[in-house]
Design a protein around this ligand. Structure first.
Ligand SMILES: C[S@@+](CC[C@H](N)C(=O)[O-])C[C@H]1O[C@@H](n2cnc3c(N)ncnc32)[C@H](O)[C@@H]1O
Length: 216
C-alpha cells in the first residue's frame, strides 16, 4: 500500500522547504551527507546530478577552492537551492544534463550520481552514467549511491519508508555495478550502508548501495 497523502504533502514539488524538513527528520539526509564526507578526497571540481535543493552537498560547505555544480530537472528545487546557497558563490545549480556539459568540454574531479537513479528507467539511468563518464576528468572519481530493493527480513520501518519513497526503479547492487561498468567505470570501492532517519541513526530506514570508481 502506498501512503499518497503524506508523501504528496512532503514532496519536493509541493514544498522544497517541507521536503527538506522530511529529509532531515526521516529521509536520511545526515547519513547521506556522511557518505559523501567519507568518500570525498578533496576534489576541487564537483558535480552532482539529482542534487535537489543541495541537501547532501551542504556537507561540502567550507571546503577550500571547491567549485560545485548541482544538476536537477526540478526548477522549484533549483530555485530553493539558489536561495539557500546565496552566500556561497562557489555553489551553482542548473537544469542541465551531463551530456550538455560534456558537449562544452566540461570536466569534473568528482562526479556524484547520488540518490537519483531509482527515479529513472534503465535507458535514462544508463545515459546518466554514460554522461557521468563523459564529464569525468582523467584522474577523476565517480560516487554513486542509490537505495536498493526491500529484502526479506528488512522489517516494518524499511517497508514504511519504501512506501513513502517516490522512486519506482530500485535496482540491486549487481545491476547498479553492471550499469556503472557498462558506462566505462572501474569500481574501486563498494559497500552497502544502512542509513537512519536523520536526527538519529536508528532505526535504520533503508540500505543504500554505495560505489566509487574511476575511468576504465
Ligand atoms: C530523492 S531526490 C535525491 C536528492 C539527493 N540527491 C538525496 O539523495 O537526498 C532525487 C532527485 O533527482 C531528480 N531527478 C529525477 N530525474 C532526473 C533527471 N533525469 N536528471 C536530473 N535530476 C533528476 C529529482 O528532481 C530529485 O530532485
Amino acid at each position: 500500500m502506498k501512503v499518497p497523502l503524506l508523501a504528496s504533502v512532503f514532496s519536493q514539488q509541493a514544498s522544497p522547504r517541507l521536503w527538506l524538513l522530511a529529509q532531515r527528520l526521516i529521509g536520511g539526509t545526515p547519513d547521506k551527507q556522511a557518505i559523501l564526507r567519507n568518500q570525498y578526497q578533496g576534489e576541487k571540481r564537483v558535480v552532482e546530478i539529482g542534487c535537489s535543493i543541495g541537501n547532501v552537498a551542504r556537507i561540502l560547505l567550507g571546503q577550500p577552492d571547491l567549485s560545485y555544480l548541482g544538476l536537477d530537472i526540478d526548477e522549484g528545487a533549483l530555485a530553493f537551492a539558489r536561495q539557500w546557497y546565496a552566500k556561497h558563490p562557489a555553489f551553482g545549480f542548473a537544469n542541465r544534463s551531463f551530456q550538455d556539459l560534456a558537449a562544452e568540454g566540461a570536466e569534473f574531479d568528482l562526479v556524484c550520481v547520488t540518490g537519483v537513479l531509482h527515479h529513472v528507467p534503465d535507458n535514462v539511468a544508463q545515459q546518466m552514467l554514460d554522461g557521468a563518464r563523459a564529464v569525468l576528468a582523467p584522474s577523476g572519481r565517480v560516487l554513486m549511491f542509490d537505495p536498493i530493493p526491500l529484502r526479506a527480513g528488512d522489517g516494518p520501518v524499511y517497508g514504511l519508508i519504501h512506501r513513502l519513497e517516490q522512486g519506482e526503479y530500485l535496482r540491486d547492487p549487481a545491476t547498479l555495478r553492471a550499469m556503472m561498468q557498462k558506462a566505462g567505470f572501474i569500481i574501486d570501492h563498494e559497500e552497502e550502508v544502512a542509513i537512519g532517519p536523520g536526527a538519529t541513526s536508528w532505526p535504520k530506514i533503508m540500505s543504500l548501495s554505495v560505489m566509487t570508481g574511476r575511468a576504465a
